[in-house]
Design a protein around this ligand. Structure first.
Ligand SMILES: Cc1cc2nc3c(=O)[nH]c(=O)nc-3n(C[C@H](O)[C@H](O)[C@H](O)COP(=O)(O)OP(=O)(O)OC[C@H]3O[C@@H](n4cnc5c(N)ncnc54)[C@H](O)[C@@H]3O)c2cc1C
Length: 446
């Protein structure tokens, strides 16, 4: 029997396994539905195009009554960190102070979490690609404050959750890793979690279960296991995103997918958390022929839910822009971005036909009424694959990640965020998972 079984070997699951092996003598079993790779490509599109590394089987809608599509989720050791866009931005100071003050999570103020961000700190590089035909150059021409975004790269190699710390954990001999092993439900004895059932029908017993299946799969697994806590699967959040794309004038030859970044702050206050981001994607395909400009709303008030249909199928309804504050700000920001970009020399970056098409779309967004832009957003908005919030601390779990009213059952992944941070989520998830595993470690020792 394992001391701890961890369900899901993504960003959070790898961090939990690594920290528990580093600070305790526990025997940890990590169960991951996907496979393992020696290394992961730097480019997210090349990384995602490997067979089997994605789970797109969960159908979602970004907008109420909107088009349904398969959500991009990792299914591989390393999880999102093995396929993502490499952007490393910790949540804002105010994000955590709000968790503390508004959600009553006294141990998650910035002062509490800052040392844990230092512990997990992913090594980064700044890649400053500003050739004439780059999107980076276009963004720099439009915004003098455009700057290179920190990417999880060392010597051109992706830094993922299954890298160094995880390999150290494997070297202890106390980590048992089982790949292509999907969990079907959590086992209980009375009100205690005592193990998990696998899809193949076998059982893995443990003194303690830590669920890290991601913000969409974790609440579904808990529900399928009979957990029925008010708020479970609700409070679903992601960052709404619009991508303006076009064929590049010349193919991009580097591996780096994303280079420059522009942050929009409320009232132009440099110390305020970001309201929105613009990112320059040097390539949004594996061949480097397509480039993009992504506009994302980072300060999000809309809430969605994971929903079970009468036939037992699960969907995720993000309900992006359902809160009037989000819709108003996103209409304004998209129009602002369109205004800046349409004034640039688009043909320096994009193939002439695509530059003209892009210019038409941007001109539409600049000149039409708020209602028309809003309706255009309804047809075009997607999200950044930053799903969060479905087992929120203070609602479904306590401030240490323990599932309410159940002993020895923890959640340690993106589901725990009471409110999605105003930044890309991976670094915050790694920090939270490491912190929760410290709480687990203290319980094991106590
Ligand atoms: C395409 C993409 C691009 C992104 N870009 C960025 C970026 O540039 N920067 C950034 O900060 N964030 C980015 N993110 C988001 C970030 O990667 C996620 O927030 C983070 O990975 C979430 O970590 P997690 O541990 O909660 O879930 P995941 O990392 O998704 O891990 C969940 C793991 O659980 C496994 N699993 C699920 N169900 C089961 C089961 N029943 N049994 C066993 N295993 C199971 C899955 O296979 C998966 O490996 C991106 C995400 C994606 C998908």
């Amino acid at each position: 029997m394992a001391d701890v079984v961890v369900v899901g070997g993504g960003t959070a699951g790898c961090a939990v396994a690594a920290h528990l092996c580093a600070v305790t003598d526990a025997r940890v079993t990590l169960l991951e539905a996907g496979d393992q790779f020696d290394h992961h490509p730097v480019n997210l599109f090349t990384s995602m195009s490997r067979p089997g590394v994605l789970d797109t089987s969960l159908v979602v809608s970004a907008i109420d009554h909107g088009e349904r599509y398969g959500y991009l989720q990792a299914q591989v050791l390393g999880g999102g960190s093995a396929v993502n866009g490499l952007i490393v931005l910790p949540g804002a100071i105010d994000d955590f102070n709000e968790w503390c003050e508004r959600d009553g999570l006294s141990e998650w103020s910035w002062d509490h979490v800052a040392p844990w961000f230092d512990i997990v700190a992913t090594p980064t590089s700044l890649v400053d690609e500003t050739s004439h035909s780059s999107v980076a150059q276009l963004l720099s021409d439009a915004w003098s404050k455009a700057r290179p975004v920190p990417l999880a790269l060392v010597s051109a190699s992706r830094q993922s959750a299954d890298s160094d710390a995880f390999r150290h954990a494997q070297a202890t001999g106390r980590l048992s890793l089982r790949l292509q092993t999907a969990v079907s439900r959590i086992r209980f004895t009375g009100s205690r979690a005592t193990g998990v059932d696998l899809v193949d029908g076998s059982l893995v017993e443990a003194s303690c279960v830590v669920v890290c299946a991601g913000a969409l799969r974790t609440p579904i697994l808990l529900r399928q296991s009979g957990v029925d806590i008010s708020g479970l699967g609700e409070n679903l959040q992601d960052h709404p995103n619009i991508m303006f794309t076009g064929k590049r004038r010349v193919p991009f030859v580097e591996q780096v997918p994303i280079s420059r970044y522009v942050a929009f702050k409320s009232d132009g206050d440099a110390s305020a958390p970001d309201v929105a981001h613009v990112l320059g994607y040097e390539q949004i395909d594996a061949e480097g022929k397509l480039a993009g400009i992504g506009v994302s709303l980072m300060d999000v008030y809309s809430r969605g839910a994971i929903v079970e249909s009468s036939t037992g199928a699960w969907t995720a309804d993000f309900r992006c822009l359902s809160d009037a504050r989000d819709r108003k700000v996103f209409v304004d920001i998209v129009r602002q971005v369109a205004t800046e970009v349409v004034e640039q020399d688009l043909e320096a970056t994009f193939h002439a036909t695509d530059a003209r098409h892009l210019s038409d779309v941007l001109t539409f967004l600049v000149t039409k009424s708020d209602e028309k832009v809003s309706s255009w957003l309804d047809h075009n908005v997607r999200t950044l694959s930053h799903a969060a919030g479905t087992c929120a601390m203070g609602v479904v779990c306590d401030g240490k990640g323990r599932v309410a009213d159940i002993d020895d059952l923890w959640v340690a992944d993106a589901s725990l965020m009471p409110r999605i941070v105003r930044a890309n989520t991976n670094e915050t998830v790694a920090m939270m998972a490491t912190r929760v595993s410290q709480f687990v470690a203290e319980t094991l020792e106590g």
